[in-house]
Write a protein of this length. Structure first.
Length: 317
């Protein structure tokens, strides 16, 4: 008689879907903060974290579990556009847009929807504008309209940079005993409060090891389906001894991973470097195709491998 084998329960990406729906461009992270805080308060995790937000924390949220040794940083803001005079749009961060991309946001009249239009034939003299059924208040922030396309292997949706990193951190929280999860603001515009947060974490908890849960664009040897990505560098270069310590742990695990040597771009690690603290950091994330566009695409198995690698690193670092 054949033994019945239990089917492995498939991971749900419903949380990621909810996160990517939220309008939260740089400087306007309030909605995603409320979502994370409400979500955390409802959970019955193995270890109940201390929750810090509001006041001096501004648009950042911090969860502290047990006796932390490592902090995980993931940014909660996304790229977008700000409305100027004469229906003009200016970039928030570096959106990779196409003509007639659908946008939405909120102004004094409530929710607004618009279509992006490019003016000018060459990139040098190109200007961005919007068309909408009504005039949108100057200073209003717009982000890509949310469209979710999920297959058995992939997810296509806007704002996976970096709601995917936030999703990974919140999945890690389900079993985390000791550690700090930091959800940060303003990364897409090079601002944020990393120096303040790093100083607070180091002084209060003596933690000086960090992992950056952020997406990494595909290409240059990085592929969807290639597993979690451990990055040696982007425009900044972390300390090699720390990267080697991480790789020694990762290579002993059964989870698929790939290595990145970047040249451009950045992450919350830049703020750790400029902070007055002795933090080491390493970015570990998921490959994204068509990043900073409404067509960002990720592989589910890459996300699962990344979550499992984070679990091991938080135990062993």
């Amino acid at each position: 008689m054949k033994k019945k084998t239990r089917k492995r329960k498939q991971m749900s990406f419903g949380l990621l879907k909810d996160l990517t729906k939220i309008h939260a461009p740089s400087g306007e992270e309030d909605r995603v903060i409320r979502y994370i805080v409400d979500y955390v308060k409802k959970q019955k995790w193995k270890t109940k974290p201390k929750l810090f937000y509001g006041g001096d924390y501004k648009n950042n949220v911090m969860l502290v579990f047990g006796k932390p040794r490592v902090a995980v940083f993931s940014h909660i803001d996304s790229v977008g556009f700000m409305v100027g005079h004469n229906n003009q749009l200016t970039n928030i961060g570096g959106p990779m847009h196409r003509n007639k991309d659908k946008l939405n946001g909120f102004d004094s009249g409530g929710k607004v929807e618009a279509t992006l239009h490019k003016k000018g034939k060459t990139r040098k003299n190109q200007k961005l504008a919007y068309k909408s059924r009504r005039r949108i208040d100057i200073g209003t922030n717009l982000t890509y309209k949310h469209v979710w396309k999920e297959t058995p292997t992939t997810i296509k949706a806007c704002s996976q940079d970096d709601r995917m990193g936030t999703f990974i951190a919140l999945k890690l929280a389900e079993t985390l005993k000791n550690g700090i999860l930091v959800f940060t603001a303003g990364e897409e515009t090079g601002g944020g409060d990393i120096e303040f947060l790093a100083n607070l974490i180091y002084k209060k908890y003596k933690v000086k090891k960090a992992l950056i849960s952020d997406i990494i664009p595909s290409g240059n040897g990085i592929t969807l389906g290639g597993g979690a990505i451990v990055s040696f560098r982007d425009r900044n270069i972390p300390r090699r001894v720390y990267i080697d310590e991480i790789l020694e742990i990762v290579r002993k695990q059964p989870y698929k991973f790939q290595l990145e040597v970047g040249e451009k771009g950045g992450n919350d690690g830049a703020g750790l470097i400029s902070s007055p603290t002795p933090f080491d950091y390493c970015q570990i994330g998921v490959a994204v195709k068509n990043y900073h566009s409404p067509r960002e695409t990720t592989n589910k198995k890459d996300a699962i491998a990344t979550i499992n690698i984070y679990k091991e690193l938080m135990k062993r670092l």
